[in-house]
Design a protein around this ligand. Structure first.
Ligand SMILES: NC(=O)c1ccc[n+]([C@@H]2O[C@H](COP(=O)([O-])OP(=O)(O)OC[C@H]3O[C@@H](n4cnc5c(N)ncnc54)[C@H](OP(=O)(O)O)[C@@H]3O)[C@@H](O)[C@H]2O)c1
Length: 237
C-alpha cells in the first residue's frame, strides 16, 4: 500500500530510521532520509539505491524549515531522530542540560511537523518515536522518561489538531542499534544480554522488528493518536 509513496524519514540514516527506509524501499516506495551529519547521509544513500536525502540538523531551525520545499511532494513523515539516552541524576541536571536533550527529540519533532504537515499529500500520516522509558523509568532517567512522556502527549495532541492527517508514535523497548555505540563491545553485549533476560520474549529488539510498526502506522487508515509499543514485553514485567 505504500507503493509509489514518498516517505520523509528524519533520522533515517541510522538504526531504526534506516530500517524504516529499507522497509519503505522493499514496498516500492521512495525513502527520503535526512539527518545531521553529511557522512551518515552519504553512507545511507549508498546503501539505499533509489532513495533521496540530505543534511538537516534539527538544532538549526533554518535547515528544518527548508525541509518543507526541499524534496517535493511527501506522503508520510517518519521522525526517528534522537541522541543516546543520558542518565543524569537530578542533582546534576541544569536547565541547559534539559533543554539540550529536548532540542532534538521534542523541539525538533515539533519544528519538523510544523514545516511538513501543511504539505503532506491527502491520506498522509506522521509517525513519531517515543519509548518505554516513561512507563518504566529508573533513577537518573529523568531526561529519557520525560521526553518520551512529552512525545506521547505531543502525538495525541497533534492527532486532534492535524486531523484528518493521522499522527501516531512507535514506542520501542531496547533495540540493538548504533544508539548504543558509546558502550564498548563487551559492555554493550552485557547490557543487551541482561536486558534480554528480563524480557518475556527473551531477546532485545532489532531495528527491523520496530520498522514494521512504522509501516503499519503509515499503511493503516483508521488509527490516530496511537502509541504502538514494540518492546518485547518490557512494560509487562
Ligand atoms: N535503540 C533503542 O534502544 C531505542 C529505544 C527507545 C527509543 N529509541 C529512540 O528511537 C530513536 C531512534 O533511535 P536509534 O536506535 O535508531 O538511534 P540511532 O541509530 O543513533 O539513530 C539516530 C538518528 O538520529 C539522527 N540525529 C541525531 N541528532 C540529530 C539532529 N540534531 N538532527 C538531525 N538528525 C539527528 C542521527 O543522525 P546523524 O548520524 O547524522 O547524527 C541518526 O540518523 C531515538 O529517538 C531513540 O532515543 C531508541
Amino acid at each position: 500500500m505504500l507503493s509509489g509513496n514518498r516517505v520523509l524519514i528524519v533520522g533515517g540514516t541510522s538504526g531504526i530510521g534506516l530500517a524504516v527506509a529499507r522497509a519503505v524501499l522493499e514496498r516500492d516506495a521512495t525513502p527520503i532520509v535526512v539527518s545531521r551529519k553529511e557522512a551518515s547521509v552519504q553512507s545511507a544513500l549508498d546503501h539505499l539505491p533509489g532513495s533521496e536525502g540530505g543534511v538537516c540538523d534539527l538544532t538549526d531551525y533554518a535547515q528544518v524549515s527548508a525541509l518543507a520545499t526541499a524534496y517535493g511532494p511527501i506522503d508520510h513523515l517518519v521522525f526517528t531522530a534522537g541522541e543516546p539516552l543520558s542518565l543524569v541524576p537530578l542533582a546534576d541536571l541544569t536547565r541547559d542540560v534539559v533543554q539540550d536533550f529536548f532540542s532534538t527529540r521534542f523541539y525538533g519533532a515539533i519544528d519538523v511537523v510544523r514545516a511538513i504537515a501543511p504539505a503532506l499529500r491527502p491520506g498522509g500520516s506522521i509517525t513519531l518515536t517515543t519509548g518505554t522509558a516513561s512507563d518504566r523509568p529508573g533513577p537518573g532517567w529523568l531526561l529519557g522518561a520525560t521526553v518520551c512522556g512529552a512525545t506521547d502527549a505531543l502525538t495525541r495532541t497533534l492527532a486532534v489538531e492535524l486531523a484528518p492527517v493521522r499522527v501516531n508514535a512507535v514506542s520501542p523497548g531496547v533495540i540493538r542499534s548504533p544508539l548504543w555505540a558509546a558502550l564498548d563491545d563487551d559492555a554493550r553485549q552485557e547490557f543487551f544480554d541482561s536486558a534480554a533476560t528480563a524480557l518475556p520474549l527473551n531477546r532485545v529488539g532489532e531495528a527491523e522488528d520496530v520498522a514494521l510498526a512504522y509501516v503499519y502506522a503509515m499503511e493503516q487508515q483508521h488509527g490516530t493518536g496511537a502509541i504502538l509499543r514494540v518492546d518485547g514485553g518490557t512494560v509487562l514485567v
